[in-house]
Design a protein around this ligand. Structure first.
Ligand code: 8GT
Length: 139
């Protein structure tokens, strides 16, 4: 099965990270994810990320650091999920596609019903929280 490349943003703000809940009109409805979306042809991963976050949340972000990509096969599709730690640069968050967002501390990471493909990223964040979240924020 052909793999679809999907970028996602772990947006850090005041020592927490943003998670978003997929709405009823999206596949994997009700699952939590890191906002982002599919890469277009000839698009760089970080350009995709910045475009998707503006489309989905109405904010501008800056990508700070690449995390480890995840290859995952759902029954109907295979994705390569490409995560980046990001900072929130400007704008106010609007829910343009998701039904809910929340800010997570380390202790809350596994309290959500994550999309399966996101679990290795959540583990990577938990294991390296201080280095990745505590020391990466720009503002
Ligand atoms: N954005 C995002 N997608 C994820 C994550 N985890 C995960 O399994 N996915 C899956 O990756 C695919 C990305 O689709 P999307 O719907 O967010 O992307 P898009 O906006 O570009 O697509 P669309 O406009 O065609 O619906 C979906 O199948 C989604 O379920 C994640 O953390 N973030």
């Amino acid at each position: 099965m052909k793999s679809i490349s999907v970028t996602c943003a772990i947006i850090i703000h005041q020592g927490k990270i943003l998670a978003a809940r997929r709405s009823q009109t999206m596949d994997l409805s009700g699952k939590w994810e890191f906002p982002g979306g599919k890469m277009e042809e000839d698009e760089e991963a970080e350009d995709c990320l910045i475009r998707e976050i503006l489309e989905e949340l109405g904010i501008t972000i800056i990508s700070l650091k690449a995390l480890t990509p995840v290859n995952y096969s759902y029954p109907t599709k295979t994705i390569r999920l490409i995560p980046f730690l990001c900072s929130w640069e400007s704008g106010e968050i609007s829910l343009l596609e998701h039904e809910q967002v929340c800010w997570l501390e380390k202790k809350d990471l596994f309290s959500l019903d994550w999309a399966e493909a996101d679990l290795p990223i959540v583990h990577e964040l938990q294991e390296n929280w201080v280095k990745l979240v505590g020391q990466t924020e720009r503002n």
